[in-house]
Structures are given as C-alpha cells and as structure tokens.
Design a protein around this ligand. Structure first.
Ligand SMILES: CC(C)(COP(=O)([O-])OP(=O)([O-])OC[C@H]1O[C@@H](n2cnc3c(N)ncnc32)[C@H](O)[C@@H]1OP(=O)([O-])[O-])[C@@H](O)C(=O)NCCC(=O)NCCSC(=O)C[C@@](C)(O)CC(=O)[O-]
Length: 300
C-alpha cells in the first residue's frame, strides 16, 4: 500500500506533555523547550492552554509562555481554548491556531470541561467564529475516540457525530484522540474513518497516547489510510489530568525514527530532537519515554 510521502507532526509536548506534571515547570523552561523544538525543525508547536488555572494549574503561565517564545517564520504556534475567554487571551497572545477540545464520551466531556457534548459545541461555536474572523485556524480535538476512562469502549458513530457537529460550527480540522491509549490499529482506523465521513483527508489528524504501547502501530495504521498529520510529544511527555493512568503521547523521536525508516519526509533533525527531549527529561529528572531516544542517547 502506498503511504503518504510527507508527514506533518504537531509537537504537543509543551502543552499536553507538561499539563500533567506534579511539580510546576517554570515558564522559562517551557520557553527553552519550544526554542529547542524549533531548532530540531518542528514547524507546528502546541505551546500551552488558555484554560482555567483552577482546573489545570500547570498552564496558568500561558500568557507568559506565549510572550516569551522566540517566534520564527514558518512556525505555527497553537493553544487550547475551551471558551471565548480563552480565545480572547489566545488572540492577544498571538496564537496562529486554536484548538477547541471536545469528546466522543459524555462522561469525559463533563469531567474535562464541565459540560455535555451538546453544550461544548454551543460553547465552541462562537470561538470558532471569532477565530475564523481573525484569520486564526481552528482545530478540534475529539477525545476518547476509541475508549473512555469512565464509559469504556466508544463506538465510531460517536466520533462521526462529534465530527459532524464540529464541521457544522466551522471547525476546520479534527484530531482523533486516543486519550487513554487503548486503541489498536483497526479500532483507530474505524475512528478515523468516522471522522473522514465529515472531513477531508487533509483535515484529519491522529493523536495517540502510548499507554498500552500501541501508538506507533496506530500511527502506521493511520498512514495506511492516507492520514498524514499527527500530534506527538517529545520524550513521550504527558497525560491528561482528567484521564487517570493515561500516559504520554507517542514520542516524537519514535515517530520520526519510524518515518525515516519508511522514507517519509518530516523535515525534523532527529539528533536535535533527541537533544530537546534530553533537555526536558533532565529538568524533570527522568529518562525520556522514547525507545528511539534512549537508544540514540546510549550510542553517544
Ligand atoms: C472549560 C472550563 C473553563 C469550564 O470550567 P467551569 O468551572 O465550568 O467554568 P466557569 O466559567 O464557571 O469558570 C470557572 C473559573 O475559571 C475561570 N475561567 C473560565 N474560563 C477561563 C479561561 N479560558 N481562562 C482562564 N480562566 C478561565 C472563570 O473565570 C472562573 O474563575 P473564578 O470566577 O472561579 O475565579 C474548565 O473546565 C477548564 O478550564 N477545563 C480545562 C481542562 C483541560 O485543560 N484539560 C486538559 C486538556 S484536554 C486534553 O488534554 C485532551 C487532548 C486535547 O490532549 C486530546 C486527548 O488526548 O484526548
């Protein structure tokens, strides 16, 4: 089967990766991480979230981080915005893309953003409208696309429903998110196919946590469908504060290593990426959660 010749990776480490850390990570460290990621060639970076600091204290420094990052031409800086207040802050901070984050599970929607799926769409509609009026790209995340920590297995129809609702309010791109990493290749393909009922191939991405070690296989299964955009997290950082036990996203280093082996272009310098992962892992005082990074560091 013909795989895509190019893949775009959205680096979510500074946001998804660091939102779940027990000890606060200083803004200066986040800013330095973004700098190193850019040095490695990442051109899409999810920097932070403009959410309630009561809900996610780790992202309370969102404005400071956005003000401190070194902006480079050709790099898009995205942020999460749950409501209009978040959007206004994101706009003021110069975000190039905003992410509204919904879920295919009612229970997760309630726990994560304190409203039902229907209410979340009502909340996102003015956010999407305002963003588009300002020329800011709007991405939507569909969490729990295959499984939910509270409801168990999620049917693809639920993903299709949320994708349709997001499409109707002007969300331009959807990310199919396996929040707790329970997806396996066929399940992920079915969730993607559900989103693809409402979005074109170029407007659908995969966001896979690696809790059960399936994320690379799921990435390959997505490539087989022609999906060519993925969220990944340097050093496999992360987890969601509202999904207990969920570990980080698939490590950017592991995905880049696999893609290089497949002859697929990413524009990313793996050595410098490993440096960025080593930097943040050093700060967090643990080894990177990346097999490729561990192997490459051992060879140095
Ligand atoms: C959505 C709300 C705000 C609703 O929270 P709420 O309590 O229902 O709303 P509220 O309007 O009553 O606001 C509560 C407080 O937050 C303030 N507030 C309200 N909005 C904002 C804002 N934008 N920025 C800053 N502050 C805000 C607001 O002013 C108020 O402050 P108080 O009056 O109590 O002092 C809350 O539930 C929230 O912030 N949730 C965020 C949860 C979150 O960030 N989760 C992690 C990201 S999602 C994820 O990781 C999944 C993903 C995307 O990676 C994909 C995947 O893997 O699944």
């Amino acid at each position: 089967m013909q795989l895509p010749s190019t893949v775009k990776l959205v680096e979510v480490g500074p946001r998804d990766g660091l939102q779940n850390e027990k000890e606060p990570v200083p803004a200066a460290v986040k800013i330095e991480l973004v700098r190193r990621l850019q040095d490695a060639g990442l051109r899409e970076i999810e920097v932070t979230s403009f959410v309630s600091p009561k809900w996610v204290p780790q992202m309370a420094d969102a404005a400071e981080v956005m003000a401190g990052i070194e902006r480079r031409p050709g790099v898009r800086y995205s942020v999460l915005t749950p409501n209009l207040r978040g959007f206004e802050a994101a706009w003021a901070a110069g975000a190039g893309e905003i992410v509204v984050f919904g879920a295919a599970s009612e229970a997760f929607s309630q726990r994560n953003i304190n409203c039902s799926i229907a209410e979340s769409i009502e909340r996102f509609a003015p956010v999407a409208e305002a963003a588009r009026a300002h020329g800011i790209h709007v991405r939507g995340a569909i969490s729990c696309a295959v499984g939910c920590p509270y409801e168990g297995e999620i049917a693809p129809e639920r993903v299709a429903l949320v994708a349709r609702l997001m499409k109707e309010i002007g969300v331009q791109h959807v990310g199919v998110a396996d929040t707790i990493g329970v997806g396996t290749p066929r399940k992920i393909q079915r969730a993607l196919e559900a989103a693809l009922r409402h979005y074109a191939l170029d407007d659908v991405s995969g966001h896979y946590h690696d809790t059960y070690g399936q994320a690379l296989a799921n990435t390959l299964a997505s490539l087989q469908l022609g999906v060519w955009q993925f969220d990944t997290s340097v050093a496999g950082l992360g987890g969601c504060p509202y999904a207990r036990g969920a570990t980080g996203n698939v490590a950017t280093e592991d995905v880049v290593f696999m893609l290089q082996g497949l002859g697929i272009e990413t524009g990313i310098d793996l050595d410098r990426l490993v440096d960025a992962g080593a930097y943040i892992s050093g700060f967090l005082q643990r080894a990177p959660h990346s097999r490729a990074a561990t192997a490459l560091l051992a060879r140095r």
